[in-house]
Design a protein around this ligand. Structure first.
Ligand SMILES: [Zn+2]
Length: 210
């Protein structure tokens, strides 16, 4: 996705954070998914479980196995803010939203000495909370994708009754749907519509013969 001259670890960091933005939006924002409505849970335990399930289990962030209500609320808020970037009508509008995120989540490079003795580059403070760390990572990934001209790799599903988002990692960059199911559903509808259109004149002709 990114030029191969860039350090591979760096690519992997960006990719993980870009994927995290997709994961958070799809799991923690209300709307439609594959033709079915998706709602944000109200019950606190369910909210925590859903928020926890939206977090990747590995990567640059420490593994989280428990969330309190405050961190849970912050993750839902972050997901809503990330969705605004996906829904932005233009690259300029998206960039303005990303600027707000970079500021709100205090995204900035930090070199951290890991337990194994390796220096690791993060884009958030080592003391940042769960949502703050992920917000900074996602904002940085968005910003870099805008800078390298790859922001259109982020997309919103074009299927009817679906607004889930995706990151297009394909070689030709022409992904339009969040899932194979949404692609198949759309193709089946288009096929039915074409067949109906093809059938219509024949029915009219038969009717005209009588
Ligand atoms: Zn979809």
């Amino acid at each position: 996705m990114v030029e191969m001259t860039t350090n591979l670890r760096y690519i992997s960091y960006l990719d993980r954070n870009a994927q995290m933005a997709v994961q958070l939006v799809n799991a923690l924002t209300a709307g439609m998914s594959g033709g079915a409505p998706i709602a944000i849970p109200c019950e606190p335990a369910q909210r925590r479980t859903t928020a926890l399930s939206a977090l990747p289990v590995a990567g640059d962030h420490h593994v989280v196995d428990k969330l309190d209500d405050l961190a849970t609320d912050e993750l839902y808020r972050l997901a809503a803010q990330l969705r605004v970037v996906f829904d932005a009508p233009s690259i300029d509008a998206a960039a303005l939203e990303v600027c707000k995120l970079l500021g709100a989540y205090r995204a900035g490079p930090e070199l951290v000495l890991e337990n194994g003795g390796r220096w690791s580059l993060h884009f958030h403070s080592p003391y940042a909370g769960v949502a703050a760390a992920r917000g900074a990572g996602c904002a940085t990934a968005f910003a870099v994708m805008i800078e390298i001209g790859e922001f259109d790799r982020f997309g919103v599903c074009e299927a009817h009754n679906c607004d889930r988002v995706f990151l297009d990692a394909s070689r030709n960059g022409c992904k339009r749907f969040c899932s194979t199911a949404c692609m198949n559903r759309t193709k089946a509808t288009q096929f039915r519509n074409r067949r109906r259109e093809a059938d219509t004149p024949r029915i009219v002709e038969i009717a005209a013969d009588h």
